[in-house]
Design a protein around this ligand. Structure first.
Ligand code: PMP
Length: 472
């Protein structure tokens, strides 16, 4: 009822599909979000942006009869004089034009007109040309069943976020109430813990190994609840499961297709949403790449976060949320009320390059990036074999940029790393920071093979080996 009263445009908003009732997943904060009338007006009157304004959004400002009488569609009439916009005049901005050299010899250019657009406010869900390009790639790579659904039935939608971190934070705010039980496979990304823990939820660990979540272990965790009772008011059954399916941070683990299938079936049985946080998807060293949760999403229960941070630039801050439209729309309302949108300039810069490359060019670029990380991974593994065999254990990662090293005979690496490693001039991350309870003893360290040269990696492991032997 809460959701229906506060639906977009003050209208009764359906949050049900044939399969899913999304209303049961939303926090009160997310359900209470409303679109900003000013942003809608601005979008409507900015002729240069080919924005898509659903009629119900226009109806928030202009009454439904007005929309019908004036045949107001998604674009404003060309002769309309707008005094409504609150956007600053870009003629007063100091930046005029730009030309950015690309490694392969191409140039990304911003004419004066393009620069004016790049420096201006833009749509909260992302600039249309980047969204269209990315949707098409998403369909090619994952072929999600939901791409062919109607919007009311959980059709796939996307929005641009300021890095996938923004997407994750906003998805958690949309779905997690204080006291909720939330499932994840720890050790996990410390940024996820930082976003989730302040929400006051109980994080429940699902045992995993180098192939990701162990379905039998998930089944065991879920056996505390009766699947027939999860919709009962007051049920404490978890509603979301978070996982990093490829090149896990920090574990380097990658989940097999079979495991994903079993985990998806359990999510169906217990009516859970799965948050598939996949920034290392494009850094999978072996082809064919494993099918994603999104690719098996017949119900509309997957929310996927993608990132350009590891493949195009981490500083441009471009990420994406993909999921059922009814939920992605709520993320966009949160963006509208916080950052308003991801930088128009960085979106246009990336979008220009992607359009010039096409999907083929993009995937060729990815292959070059993969080649770099594979070589780095191999260098790290051979140095680990050389220096750490007697004192540590690890699994060779098949994706990402991390090696998760278990130090034998040391119960907790916190002291070893924080206090003594620096003296030996080698730095790694102690495993505890990736645990649900960071004070629990953890015998692991995380080593990244992204920035150091093979020579530096070799020397670092020589120093680590000496340090461990001393400590033992
Ligand atoms: N998820 C995981 C698992 C990560 O490792 C990272 C980056 N370290 C992020 C999300 C956030 O990445 P970004 O915001 O740069 O896309």
């Amino acid at each position: 009822p809460l959701v229906e009263k506060t639906g977009i445009g003050g209208r009764q908003t359906t949050l049900h599909t044939g399969i899913m009732n999304y209303a049961r997943f939303l926090t009160a904060v997310s359900a209470a979000r409303k679109p900003s009338p000013i942003r809608i007006l601005n979008m409507f009157t900015r002729n240069s942006d080919r924005v898509f304004l659903p009629k119900f959004e226009l109806a928030l400002i202009f009454s439904v009869p007005t929309c019908t009488k004036l045949k107001l569609q998604q674009r404003s009439p060309p002769s309309l004089i707008s005094l409504a916009g609150g956007a600053p005049n870009p003629n007063t901005f100091p930046f005029l034009s730009a030309s950015i050299e690309v490694r392969n010899g191409e140039t990304v250019t911003f004419s004066e007109a393009a620069m004016k657009r790049a420096l201006q406010y833009s749509a909260s869900n992302g600039i249309p040309e980047l969204l269209t390009w990315m949707k098409s790639l998403q369909k090619k790579l994952h072929n999600p069943p939901t791409a062919n659904y109607s919007p009311e039935n959980g059709q796939m939608e996307m929005c641009v976020t300021t890095g996938s971190q923004e997407g994750l934070c906003k998805v958690f705010e949309m779905l997690v109430n204080p006291g909720d039980n939330v499932l994840l496979d720890a050790p996990t990304y410390s940024g996820t813990l930082a976003a989730l823990q302040p929400l006051g939820c109980n994080l429940i660990n699902v045992p995993s190994d180098q192939h990701g979540i162990i379905p039998a272990a998930l089944k065991e965790v879920l056996s505390r609840w009766d699947p027939l009772e999860v919709h009962r008011p007051g049920s404490t059954a978890p509603k979301i499961l978070y996982t990093i399916p490829n090149g896990g941070n920090p574990t380097g683990a990658s989940m097999t297709a079979q495991r994903k299938k079993e985990v998806y079936e359990l999510a169906q049985q217990y009516d859970m949403l799965i948050i598939e946080d996949d920034p290392y998807y494009f850094l999978q060293f072996n082809k064919p790449w494993a099918p994603t949760f999104l690719s098996m999403d017949t119900d509309g229960r997957i929310i996927r976060t993608d990132s350009f941070s590891k493949i195009l630039s981490s500083g441009l801050r471009i990420g994406f949320v993909t999921g059922p439209k009814l939920l992605v729309d709520r993320v966009v309302l949160h963006i509208q009320a916080s950052t308003m949108h991801t930088s128009t300039f960085t979106q246009l810069m990336v979008s220009q390059l992607l359009h010039s490359w096409g999907q083929e060019g993009f995937l060729q670029h990815i292959d070059r990036v993969i080649e770099f990380y594979r070589t780095q991974r191999d260098a790290m593994i051979s140095s680990a074999d050389k220096w750490l065999k007697d004192v540590a254990e690890w699994h060779t990662p098949t994706a990402g940029m991390f090696l998760w090293i278990k130090i034998k005979g040391i119960a907790d690496t916190q002291q070893l790393i924080m206090e003594r490693a620096l003296e030996k001039e080698v730095l790694l991350v102690p495993g505890g920071v990736f645990m649900i309870n960071s004070s629990d003893p953890c015998p692991y360290v995380r080593a990244a093979f992204s920035l150091s040269t093979p020579e530096q990696i070799d020397e670092a492991f020589r120093r680590l080996s000496a340090l461990i032997k001393e400590a033992l």
